[in-house]
Design a protein around this ligand. Structure first.
Ligand SMILES: *Cc1c(COP(=O)(O)O)cnc(C)c1O
Length: 377
C-alpha cells in the first residue's frame, strides 16, 4: 500500500534527543525549546514565539488571551479542522461560519463583513493547504471593527503572503507540528505573538497560570499563581526533535514543492478536459506544498475514485465534514449567509499522497492510476 503520509525524518533528530536526555533537563523550556523559539523569532521576524504541545493548545491559549466569554462570536470558515472552533467553544463562544471561496478553499473575505455583529470578537482565517487567505481585506476589516485576528496557520509553515510569513500577520498565529504537517515532532505547536500586549500574559497562561518564566529570568524572587492557565509547554524530548526539523525546514519545503509541481504538471491535461480541478495559488502568495488535492465532479465520482485508488494500493483521503453540519457544530454555531461552496466543494475534494522524499515513481503511479480511472468512466 502506498501511504498517504510518511512523517519526515531528516537526520539529526536522534542526536538532539540524545543530547537532551544526557543534559538532565527533560521538562519544558530548556535549551532546545529556547532554540526552537529563537529560530522562529529570527526566521519569521516575529516578536515572540511560545512553543506549545499542539496547535490546538496554541488556539486555546489565543482564546484565553482574548478573554473570550460566554456569548462572544468568532468568525471562521466551516471547512476546517475541529480545533479551530473548539478552542473558542471551550470558552463559551458561539461560532459564526462564513462560506469559503472555491478557488483556494479559504474563507471568502468579501462575506465576512455581513457576519459581524456587536458580539463579534475575532476573525480566525485558516490558511488551507498552506495557501494564505486574503489577509489585506481581513486585517482591514478587523481594524475597522476593532476585532482580533488569530491565524490558524497549522498547515502554513514557511508560506508567505506578500513576502510575510503566515502566522505573523494577525495579532496571534498558531502553527502545528503534528506528524501530518510539513515540519513536525509527533505532536507539537507554536503560538506566534505579533501584538506585544499579549506577551507577558501568554507566558503565564502557558505555565499553569504562574509567573514561573519571570522567576527563571530572575525578574521575581518566587513564583506564584497569578492568572488562569494550563500546561501548554512541551518536553525537551519533543523540542529536540523539532529543532532538527526546523533546521531542515527549507529542504523539506523545496523537496515537497518538487513533488507538488510534478503532480500539478502531470495532471494538467485532465484539468484541461474539465475532468478535475487543480489547486489555485494566487500570484501574491507562495505556498509550502503542504497538500496536493484535486477536485472531481461530485461526491459520487469522489467515492468511486477513492475506492479505485485503494483497490490499486494507493491511500488517498478526503477531510473536513463541514463543521456547521457536524453533531457538535449544529448546537454551537450558525452559518452566516448561504452555504454555496463549503459543502459542495468539500464533497468533491481528494488529497493525494504527499510527503518528504516521496519517490517520483510513486507520484507517477498515483497519476497513472487517476488517468486509468478517468479512461473507464
Ligand atoms: C492540524 C491542524 C490543527 C491542529 O493541529 P494539532 O497540532 O494537531 O493540534 C488545527 N487547524 C488546522 C487547520 C490543522 O490542519
Amino acid at each position: 500500500m502506498l501511504n498517504f503520509n510518511v512523517p519526515a525524518i531528516v537526520g539529526n533528530e536522534e542526536d538532539y534527543i540524545k543530547e537532551s536526555f544526557s543534559s538532565g533537563h527533560l521538562s519544558g523550556d530548556g535549551k532546545f525549546t529556547r532554540l526552537c523559539a529563537n529560530w522562529f523569532e529570527r526566521t519569521f521576524d516575529v516578536k515572540k514565539t511560545l512553543i506549545t504541545t499542539s496547535c490546538t493548545h496554541a488556539l486555546e491559549m489565543a482564546a484565553i488571551l482574548l478573554d473570550i466569554q460566554q456569548g462572544d462570536e468568532i468568525i471562521m470558515p466551516s471547512y476546517t479542522f475541529v480545533s479551530t472552533a473548539n478552542a473558542f467553544v471551550l470558552r463559551g463562544a458561539k461560532i459564526v461560519f462564513v462560506d469559503i471561496r472555491p478557488d483556494t478553499m479559504n474563507i471568502n473575505e468579501n462575506l465576512i463583513e455581513d457576519a459581524i455583529t456587536d458580539k463579534t470578537k475575532a476573525i480566525v482565517p485558516v490558511h488551507y493547504a498552506g495557501v494564505a487567505c486574503d489577509m489585506d481585506k481581513i486585517l482591514d476589516l478587523a481594524n475597522r471593527y476593532n476585532l482580533a485576528v488569530v491565524e490558524d496557520a497549522a498547515q502554513g509553515i514557511l508560506s508567505e503572503y506578500k513576502g510575510r510569513k503566515l502566522g505573523t500577520l494577525g495579532h496571534l498565529g498558531c502553527l502545528s507540528f503534528h506528524e501530518t504537517k510539513n515540519v513536525h515532532c509527533g505532536e507539537g505547536g507554536a503560538l506566534l505573538i505579533n501584538d506585544e500586549t499579549f506577551m507577558e500574559r501568554a507566558e503565564i497562561i502557558r505555565e499553569k497560570g504562574t509567573n514561573r518564566s519571570k522567576f527563571f529570568r530572575g525578574q521575581v524572587d518566587k513564583y506564584t499563581w497569578v492568572d488562569v492557565g494550563s500546561s501548554y509547554l512541551p518536553s525537551e524530548l519533543n523540542t529536540a526533535f523539532l529543532m532538527a526539523q526546523l533546521e531542515a525546514s527549507e529542504l523539506i519545503t523545496s523537496n515537497r514543492l518538487v513533488s507538488w509541481n510534478l503532480y500539478f504538471n502531470l495532471l494538467q491535461p485532465l484539468s484541461e478536459l474539465n475532468l478535475i480541478d487543480l489547486p489555485v495559488i494566487p500570484l501574491d502568495r507562495t505556498h509550502n506544498a503542504h497538500m496536493f488535492y484535486i477536485k472531481v465532479r461530485d461526491l459520487e465520482i469522489r467515492t468511486e475514485l477513492l475506492n479505485f485508488l485503494r483497490k490499486h494500493e494507493i491511500m488517498a483521503v478526503f477531510h473536513y465534514v463541514p463543521l456547521h453540519s457536524s453533531e457538535a457544530g449544529i448546537k454551537r454555531s450558525l452559518f452566516s449567509g448561504k452555504d454555496v461552496y463549503t459543502t459542495r466543494e468539500s464533497e468533491r475534494l481528494i488529497r493525494l499522497p504527499l510527503y518528504f522524499n516521496m519517490k517520483e515513481s510513486d507520484i507517477n503511479k498515483v497519476v497513472d492510476c487517476i488517468y486509468k480511472f478517468f479512461s473507464t468512466v
